[in-house]
Design a protein around this ligand. Sequence first.
Ligand code: APR
Length: 301
Amino acid sequence: MAGRAVVFEDASPGRLLRVQPKLRVRLRSRLPAADQARRERGNREKCCVSSQTHIIPGAANAVHFQSMVGVSSQDRVFVLTGAGISAESGIPTFRGAGGLWRAYRVEEVGTPEAFRRDPRLVWEFYSMRRRVAAAAKPNPGHLALARLGTDLQDRLFLCTQNVDNLHEQAGSRRVIHMHGELFKSRCDTCDRPPFDDARTFEPPAKIPVCECGGRIRPHICWFGEVPFHLDQVFRALGECTVFVAVGTSGMVEPAASFVAHVRGRARTIYVGPEEPANSFAFTESHLGNAGELLPNLFCYK
Ligand code: APR
């Protein structure tokens, strides 16, 4: 990792974001030792003890301890989920072994240009994803977050990059889909609102057309487009005291920067089997599958 810049894909037009992990780690390790020790002690004290051992990553902060995430009645919790939370439900992630972006090229199926160039191919891709998602059921990770929502009510803000509806199927209400929803479509021309749509369009089927003559497209935020609900998301980030990211590789903006946005002000916790690209910004990593860790992760103070 030394001196190597990580390049993030960016959902905003034509931008690549570079960060240098080494530099960030160095800056962090320059914290006075007393501050560092106080911060680590604080983190430990905020946690209840469970039988699982977790690791706080990062050269400046490598501490092993046993923990759950204690949530008090004063806390506001922001949960960001990514493809990893649906992996145990049989929906493939995007990156890594078996990831969708190994079998398909983003430029051919995940950009507005691709839709203009070859809408049939794009619809074929999203039809396949609709079929896979329609067969999937929520796993214990989704169910645990639905329970957290019942317990915390409006003190939980659940934001997902996923376009499946497994959080809703698990019982979560008020799910913010910043990258859109697989089972909705909209017109690429008129301002007709997005509508429920579970249809599939395989060749030689014709792609759907709006009454206005425009083309119907999946209600998805493609690369080069602006994610949805960002006002609400940044308001919630500004208010949260606990930030939890689950199953997201930390490679795609703007979600990858949410943790940096709250860092220093909120506890920052990662849950997933491997460290994300932005792991330096988390104070705790709970390494394992979401479906196994989330059901026992939270306790109430
Ligand atoms: N539990 C938790 N995390 C898991 C699990 C699991 N069972 N299995 C895999 N993961 C983790 C992987 O370790 C990886 O870090 O999930 C992460 C998935 O990363 P990505 O495939 O990059 O998915 P995500 O971060 O959600 O991608 C963001 O990229 O292409 C776009 O629009 C797409 O919303 C997507 C965005």
